[in-house]
Design a binder for this molecule. Structure first.
Ligand SMILES: NC(=O)c1ccc[n+]([C@@H]2O[C@H](COP(=O)([O-])OP(=O)(O)OC[C@H]3O[C@@H](n4cnc5c(N)ncnc54)[C@H](OP(=O)(O)O)[C@@H]3O)[C@@H](O)[C@H]2O)c1
Length: 317
């Protein structure tokens, strides 16, 4: 079969943790071609994706780009849409997501997969501040009203948050892990680098089956206490939990966060929401992604495959 006969999927944020998983899995399946959107064609990750066979397109994710986006989506059969991390009080996430979806539809894309989260504002009656959840839910509402087949994925907390944003520190012979959840609260977690691709491949392979569906992506449901115990067992490094769940705890370990009070409020609002209401709505089947892809990494497998030993890591996004 000529490669030109394969459906073309456009991937926004292609070098992100989610995006690179999607691009890699779609290309490795040999069932799809991929057009990867990035700001920098010459970044190491963009070059790696190009080597795998992706068509690389320079396309920043920012407002006022409707025409460029329509041109970039032209010829694509499907689009994987995501919004990059946007720190409050910036409020562009909802309009940015809507712009991406509108442009994909205008370009003639047949099926959209958008990476969304719950509407925290609605669920909590406005008592918890987590705009990076709620804004994604608003984008999803917008997509539901567009004349296009669509599906949503909802990723659990990323394991990588502990490597990238809440890095541990040594105290004598002990590694202290400041974690943003209460020690015994079991929450859903996932590895975005390996778990996003398989579910998106499944959806684009069966778009009619998943039209209108919202699918949670979960690798483990685990408490900080269990995470630290597992970390000790896997690495042999003495480790202890530290509370970064309360404002005092968070700012004691990450005083630099205090520079943006909105960001602090958002971090606290997000975890209070997760603890009091549950990260995912009760209607979701949290086993779906693990049934679909039994190789989905739990925390222990993530530690073993990533080789993480407490160092701060960046994923180049
Ligand atoms: N952390 C969690 O626990 C969690 C859980 C669920 C959902 N999420 C959501 O996941 C999203 C982030 O996904 P991710 O962690 O996979 O992304 P990421 O690794 O932080 O990468 C973001 C990517 O977006 C691209 N980008 C384009 N325009 C950008 C801009 N103006 N600013 C920053 N980046 C821009 C960058 O690629 P180029 O440089 O190549 O353009 C970058 O690779 C956020 O919306 C977050 O709310 C996070």
């Amino acid at each position: 079969m000529s490669t030109d006969n394969k459906p073309l999927i456009a991937v926004t944020g292609a070098t992100s943790k989610q995006g690179r998983s999607v691009v890699t899995t779609l290309l490795e399946s040999q069932r799809f071609r991929v057009r990867a959107f990035t700001r920098r064609k010459d970044s190491p990750e963009a070059l790696r994706l190009e080597k795998l066979g992706a068509e690389i397109v320079t396309m920043p994710l920012e407002l006022g780009r409707q025409n460029d986006l329509v041109a970039a989506f032209k010829g694509a059969d499907g689009a994987f849409l995501m919004t990059p991390p946007i720190a409050p009080p910036e409020t562009i996430e909802a309009p940015l997501g809507r712009q991406l979806a509108d442009a994909a539809v205008e370009a003639g894309v047949q099926h959209i997969v958008f990476s969304t989260l719950e509407n925290v504002h609605k669920i909590t009656g406005g008592t918890k501040y987590a705009p990076h959840f709620t804004d994604k839910a608003r984008v999803a509402d917008h997509i539901r009203g567009l004349p296009v087949s669509h599906s949503f994925i909802m990723l659990a907390f990323f394991y990588t948050n502990l490597l990238e944003y809440y890095a541990p520190r040594m105290d004598g012979d002990t590694l202290l892990l400041p974690i943003y959840l209460p020690e015994d609260f079991a929450a859903p977690f996932v590895d975005p680098l390996t778990a996003t691709g398989p579910v998106v491949l499944e959806i684009f392979s069966n778009p009619a089956r998943y039209n209108g569906k919202t699918l949670p992506v979960v690798g483990d449901i685990i408490s900080p206490r269990q995470m630290v115990e597992t970390f000790q067992r896997v690495t042999g490094i003495k480790a202890e939990y530290r509370n970064a769940f309360t404002r005092d705890g968070l700012l004691a370990y990450f005083p630099e966060f205090a520079a943006n009070e909105f960001f602090v409020r958002e971090l606290l609002g997000m975890v209070e929401y997760a603890v009091e209401y549950g990260y995912f709505g009760k209607e979701h089947d949290l086993e779906w992604s693990r049934r679909l892809a039994p190789e989905t990494l739990n925390w222990e497998q993530f530690l073993r495959t990533s080789g993480w030993r407490g160092d701060k890591r960046s994923f180049g996004g």
